[in-house]
Write a protein that binds this ligand. Structure first.
Ligand code: SAM
Length: 317
C-alpha cells in the first residue's frame, strides 16, 4: 500500500462549537508558539513529498480562521510533487474566500454540514450561520473547487431527521454527501450513546429514496464507500469508522497543529516532528524519521493502540 496522503491540521482554533467536536470553544487552546509556523509546515510537507506523499489536505480546527491561510495554500501548492491540495472546512468563510483559495492553488473542498434546518444547525454548532455555509457550498461548486463533498456526523435524536434532506442534495447537485460515524473523543463532547451506526443512516436514506446502487468508485484508498440514489447527480458516502475496520486500506498520515505525526487517527502513538525541527535537525535526519513513520504506519491502529481521549480539533479529523 502506497502511503501518499497527508492531512495537516493548521490550527486548533475553530469559530464553531459543534457539540461532538469542540463544545468548549476556545477553552484549552494551545499557546500560539506551540502551533507550527507556515515555514515549519512548508518544510515538513516538502520532506513528506520526498517520501512519496502527493495529496495534502488542510484541516483544523477551522483552517480558514488561521491568519493568512491563503499564503500557506500558495506555498504548499507550489511544492513540486504536491499533486492535489484540498481543504476541509465548516464553510462559514468559504463564500468570501473561495476565489482567492482557488487562485492560490487549492483544488477542492470538503464542507462539514450536519443539518439543513436553521435551528438544527444552530443547535449543533452554537451559531446561526447555516445560510452563510449554504452560500459557501454553492460558491465552491460554481468556481470549481470540485468535486465538493459534504461531511455529516449523525447524532441520535439530534439530526437523524436531517439525513433525508442532506441525501436529497445529491439528487440535485454533483456533490458527494458523506455520513461519518460519530467517534466519541472525550468527556466534554456528545455522549457515546449519541452514536448512530451508518447501517441506520442507510436505512433512512433507502426508506426515502429507494435502494441505493451497488458501490461505485471509492476514494482511492480512502475510508468512504460510495453509492448513488437512482438518477441522482451526486453520490452518497459512508465512512464507518466505528462499525467497520478499514485500517488495511488506510493510506493517510496526520500532522497535528502542534507538530506531531499520527500514523492513525484512533491510535495514541505519535512522533514529535516539531521538537526535532526546533532542536535544529537537518533535512536528512527528519527524512530518516519520516521514512520510518511510513514504513511503520500499519503497526499502529485503533485495534492495537487505542487513542483514549484526544482532541479532534488538534488532530484535524
Ligand atoms: N473545521 C473543519 C470542519 O468543520 O470540517 C475541519 C476540522 S473538523 C475536526 C474535520 C472533520 O472531522 C469534520 O468533517 C467533522 O465533522 C469531523 N469530526 C469532528 N469531530 C468528530 C467526531 N467526534 N467523530 C467523527 N467525526 C468528527
Amino acid at each position: 500500500m502506497r502511503i501518499d496522503y497527508l492531512r495537516v491540521s493548521v490550527t486548533d482554533r475553530c469559530n464553531l462549537r459543534c457539540i461532538y467536536c469542540n463544545p468548549l470553544g476556545d477553552y484549552g487552546l494551545m499557546q500560539r508558539d506551540e502551533i507550527l509556523t507556515f515555514e515549519e509546515i512548508h518544510r515538513i510537507v516538502g520532506l513528506f513529498v520526498e517520501c512519496g506523499i502527493s495529496k495534502v489536505r488542510l484541516t483544523g480546527g477551522e483552517p480558514l480562521v488561521r491568519r493568512n491561510i491563503v499564503q500557506l495554500v500558495h506555498k504548499l501548492a507550489a511544492i513540486t510533487g504536491v499533486e492535489e491540495l484540498s481543504l476541509t472546512t465548516n464553510g462559514v468563510f468559504l463564500e468570501q474566500m473561495a476565489g482567492e483559495l482557488k487562485a492560490a492553488g487549492l483544488r477542492r473542498v470538503n464542507i462539514s454540514v450536519d443539518s439543513l434546518r436553521r435551528e438544527g444547525y444552530r443547535l449543533i454548532t452554537g451559531f446561526d450561520l447555516l445560510e452563510k455555509v449554504t452560500k459557501g457550498i454553492y460558491k465552491a461548486v460554481e468556481i470549481g473547487l470540485t468535486p465538493v463533498r459534504i461531511n455529516t456526523v449523525v447524532l441520535k435524536g439530534i439530526n437523524e431527521q436531517d439525513v433525508a434532506a442532506l441525501a436529497q442534495l445529491t439528487v440535485e447537485m454533483p456533490i458527494a454527501v458523506r455520513f461519518i460515524e460519530y467517534c466519541p473523543t472525550d468527556k466534554d463532547t456528545s455522549p457515546a450513546s449519541d452514536f448512530v451506526p451508518n447501517s441506520r443512516v442507510r436505512r433512512i436514506i433507502e426508506h426515502n429514496f429507494g435502494p441505493l446502487s451497488a458501490a461505485i468508485t471509492t476514494d482511492n484508498n480512502g475510508p468512504a464507500l460510495y453509492f448513488r440514489i437512482k438518477n441522482s447527480a451526486g453520490a452518497i458516502g459512508f465512512i464507518s469508522g466505528r462499525t467497520t475496520v478499514f485500517c488495511h486500506l488506510c493510506n493517510r498520515l496526520r500532522l497535528t497543529s502542534d507538530g506531531k505525526v499520527r500514523p492513525c487517527l484512533y491510535s495514541a502513538h505519535h512522533y514529535d516532528i516539531k521538537e526535532l525541527i526546533r532542536n535544529g535537525a537537518d533535512d536528512e535526519r527528519i527524512l530518516a524519521l519520516l521514512e520510518k513513520i511510513i514504513a511503520e504506519k500499519h503497526r499502529y491502529t485503533k485495534l492495537n493502540s487505542p487513542a483514549g481521549q484526544f482532541s479532534m480539533r488538534n488532530v484535524g479529523g
